[in-house]
Write a protein that binds this ligand. Structure first.
Ligand SMILES: NC(=O)c1ccc[n+]([C@@H]2O[C@H](COP(=O)([O-])OP(=O)(O)OC[C@H]3O[C@@H](n4cnc5c(N)ncnc54)[C@H](OP(=O)(O)O)[C@@H]3O)[C@@H](O)[C@H]2O)c1
Length: 325
């Protein structure tokens, strides 16, 4: 496969950006990462430009290079605008990592890329800021831009601790009970970080432009739990609690401490049910849910099944809740 050539990653020290850098280096590309280095060390083999993008001169060291590919990971409108101002005319192709959070509605199952977006009114709000980033990037780059609207990202290395909660908790509980929400009619749609990074690199190489939802297969929540039980070797019971009871106990949904991750109490018929037809048509591939769960459990085990998590219940709070239920 042809090399991408000279690639600039605006980021690269965290999760997706790091994996992109590592894969590109493995393929023999010439990769520069620009970041502060606070999220992690520079990926091995890359040229690292340590810079704070709050500083207007952040791009001075990379402005004089002709880039075959620039990958923008930020959602901060000032960072995005600064990079475009300094580098848009230096890039043959530009990939902006956006998010399905830009969509105004979660009502329609199978909605595609033409669905209406949020207003770009609040720079402090993630969804609104990503819309601003898309608009600014489109205006500066026109037909050289690929907008990747990523859905929930899964797989090894996830610092948000969301997707890994279920398989790791079921493995930790073993023969014991696990607290679950009522999941009828709820869906999960996760893309493995390795499928996302692999496709972004292929798309950059072949010059894919436009807007693409990079989302996994929409999967009933119950299927995720069943697969996670199999992979985690759980033989205890899944004890279901109603949304009302969970709310009374101060259990949050979707993410964060004292939460049941990935679940929403509200029934939004289009949530986690976006179309990935454009992703497939542009060469995107998706590994099986089981494959992602197996590798996620390995990663969770290495990081410690009883570690403090950014998302989920700790086992002690879960057992207290189960006793109360
Ligand atoms: N996780 C999900 O499920 C999900 C879903 C949809 C979309 N996304 C999108 O997917 C992407 C994930 O990317 P990621 O995991 O590589 O990174 P990330 O966690 O979004 O971090 C962004 C990068 O920006 C750098 N950065 C932050 N502030 C900076 C500053 N002031 N100056 C210079 N660099 C700065 C960070 O490095 P330093 O701290 O080292 O500077 C880091 O490398 C993001 O675009 C995210 O919005 C994620």
């Amino acid at each position: 496969m042809a090399h991408m050539g000279r690639v600039l990653i605006l980021g690269g020290t965290a999760w997706l950006g790091r994996l992109l850098a590592e894969k590109l280096i493995d393929d023999g590309d010439d990769v520069t990462c620009l970041a502060r280095g606070t999220a992690g060390p520079p990926p091995a083999g890359t040229t690292f430009v340590r810079a704070d993008r709050d500083n207007p001169d952040a791009y001075a060291a990379v402005r004089d290079t002709a880039w075959d590919e620039v990958v923008e990971l930020s959602w901060d409108p000032d960072h995005v605008a600064g990079a475009l101002g300094a580098l848009a005319d230096r890039a043959a192709h530009w990939t902006l990592v956006s998010s399905v959070s830009v969509y105004a509605s979660d009502a329609e199952p199978d909605a595609g890329e033409t669905a209406a977006l949020h207003e770009a009114t609040d720079p402090a709000d993630y969804a609104s800021a990503k819309v601003t980033a898309e608009h600014a990037s489109g205006a500066a780059l026109g037909g050289r831009l690929l907008v990747v609207r990523a859905g929930l990202i899964s797989g090894p290395g996830d610092g948000s601790d969301r997707f890994g909660y279920w398989v790791s908790r079921l493995a930790l509980a073993g023969h014991g009970d696990v607290l679950a929400p009522v999941v009828a009619d709820r869906f999960v749609q996760a893309i493995d970080v390795r499928d996302l990074a692999g496709w972004m690199i292929r798309a950059g190489r072949s010059g894919v432009t436009g807007v693409v939802n990079a989302v996994g297969e929409s999967t009933p929540f119950g299927t995720l739990l069943t697969s996670a039980r199999e992979v985690g070797g759980h033989t205890g019971a899944l004890v279901e609690a109603s949304p009302e009871w969970l709310a009374e106990q101060g259990v949050a949904y979707w993410a964060g401490p004292r939460s049941l991750p990935l679940w929403l109490p509200e029934d939004l018929s289009g949530f986690s049910r976006r179309s990935n037809a454009a992703f497939r048509a542009a060469g995107g591939t998706l590994r099986s849910l089981r494959h992602t769960l197996v590798d996620t459990l390995d990663d969770e085990t290495a990081r410690g099944l009883e570690r403090g998590r950014r998302s989920g219940l700790d086992r002690r709070e879960e057992l207290e809740l189960l006793a109360k239920l």
